[in-house]
Design a protein around this ligand. Structure first.
Ligand SMILES: Nc1ncnc2c1ncn2[C@@H]1O[C@H](COP(=O)(O)OP(=O)(O)O)[C@@H](O)[C@H]1O
Ligand SMILES: [Mg+2]
Length: 368
């Protein structure tokens, strides 16, 4: 049987560049080489697309990228694939056909619908959610509105844009204190990795927190601090997805900030989480519903706050391209649910093809 050619795309212009490299390494090591041939595609921090056997290690070592062949994704559905610069010559390009794409990109430009739009134009199946779903899940406000629409439990929040803040900061501050209260979390609407997020405990901390969030986005969301453990649940599938066992995050800092996520090894992941089984079942059901609410495909990790004492559950967010390193929560949750890393990677590629086949069968124009 002919092996299918899978482009594994990693790196990228987001704060999660390094995590993406680690996730991609584990994925490339675990793709079944009897069925698939891997074409590595690395995106530099500047956004340049590169390919070849050396690209992963050069990005990892932040080495000299000159001379590494550039790659361009074609947007010709009759010839799905890449144009690859011939080594040693920037004037000649070769066609590299592809059958599938596994984008292992987190955050802006990778998980927000932008690159998914390119894949749609390329005419190739790709792992994960589509344009609308990726973009909606990246925007914490749109995501919450979709959750509320489907009666999912969301904590109190409000949002505003740069102009509203500049015009009436006093009035917004008043609304924040009465609707979200203190402490509260101030976040840029579109980002990830806890970048730009502050926990505000005293009134005087609000203004600098909003200014910080406005460095990253024109839209800011403020949420009431929610009680309970941070519980995560993995979802896998397309129209009829499954949820995994749940896991718990124990942050070493005041909250799960950038440091606690990536730099400080004292943060702990516990899987399966120690939760009464009724609560775990409820979280699993809510995770599937959150997945459906944003119309996700393939995979997502849904994050919750669960208070075992009172039994309250809030959905915090959904991540459409969760961390995928060998020790990340998403694959670990499937491992404790009976699906190992290799099998998971295989299932994701099959789900990408299943969704693509369904979409391709859809009419795009009225019948003649
Ligand atoms: N409303 C909240 N109540 C309590 N903790 C929160 C709240 N919002 C965020 N946090 C803390 O901040 C972390 C990052 O926030 P999150 O909304 O998950 O942003 P990101 O998309 O960057 O992961 C969470 O993992 C949690 O530790
Ligand atoms: Mg989060």
């Amino acid at each position: 049987m002919k092996r299918k050619k899978v482009a594994v795309i990693f790196g990228g212009r987001s704060g999660e560049h390094v995590v993406s490299l680690k996730s991609a390494q584990a994925i490339m090591e675990n793709i079944d080489r009897e069925r698939y041939q891997v074409i590595p595609v690395g995106i530099s921090r500047e956004g340049i697309w590169l390919t070849g056997e050396r690209v992963w290690s050069l990005l990892r070592e932040q080495g000299d990228l000159r001379g590494v062949p550039r790659a361009v994704m074609l947007t010709d559905p009759r010839r799905p694939g890449l144009l690859v610069e011939r080594e040693g010559s920037s004037a000649a390009w070769d066609f590299q056909p592809l059958d599938l794409i596994f984008p292992v990109l987190h955050g802006p430009f990778g998980e927000d619908g932008t690159v998914q739009g390119l894949f749609e134009l390329s005419g190739l199946p790709y792992v994960g959610s589509g344009v609308l779903s990726s973009a909606a899940a990246m925007d914490k406000v749109v995501m919450k509105i979709l959750f509320q629409q489907d009666d999912l439990p969301v904590g109190p929040y409000l949002y505003f844009d740069r102009r509203q803040w500049q015009e009436r900061p006093d009035r917004l501050a008043e609304r924040i204190f009465s609707e979200a209260g203190l402490p509260c979390f101030v976040k840029p609407a579109n980002l990830g990795s806890s970048i730009g997020i502050s926990k505000v405990k005293r009134a005087g901390e609000l203004e600098p927190a909003v200014e910080e969030a406005l460095h990253y986005d024109d839209k800011v969301i403020v949420e009431a601090a929610l009680p309970g453990k941070e519980i995560e649940c993995a979802v896998l599938g397309n129209l009829d997805p499954q949820s995994s066992r749940t896991g718990e995050i124990i942050a070493c800092n005041e909250f799960y900030d950038y440091r606690a996520k990536y730099l400080d090894e004292r943060s702990e992941l516990i899987y399966p989480a120690e939760l009464p089984s009724v609560l775990e079942k409820r979280v699993q059901e809510l995770a599937r519903r959150a997945f459906a609410a944003v119309e996700a495909s393939g995979l997502a990790r849904v994050d919750f706050f669960v208070d075992p004492e009172s039994g309250t559950i809030f959905v915090n967010e959904i991540n459409t391209m969760p961390g995928f390193t060998s020790i990340s929560m998403y694959p670990k949750l499937w491992e404790v649910s009976g699906i190992g890393y290799r099998e998971l990677v295989g299932r994701l590629l099959e789900l990408a093809e299943e969704r693509f086949a369904r979409q391709s069968a859809r009419l795009t124009a009225p019948p003649e």
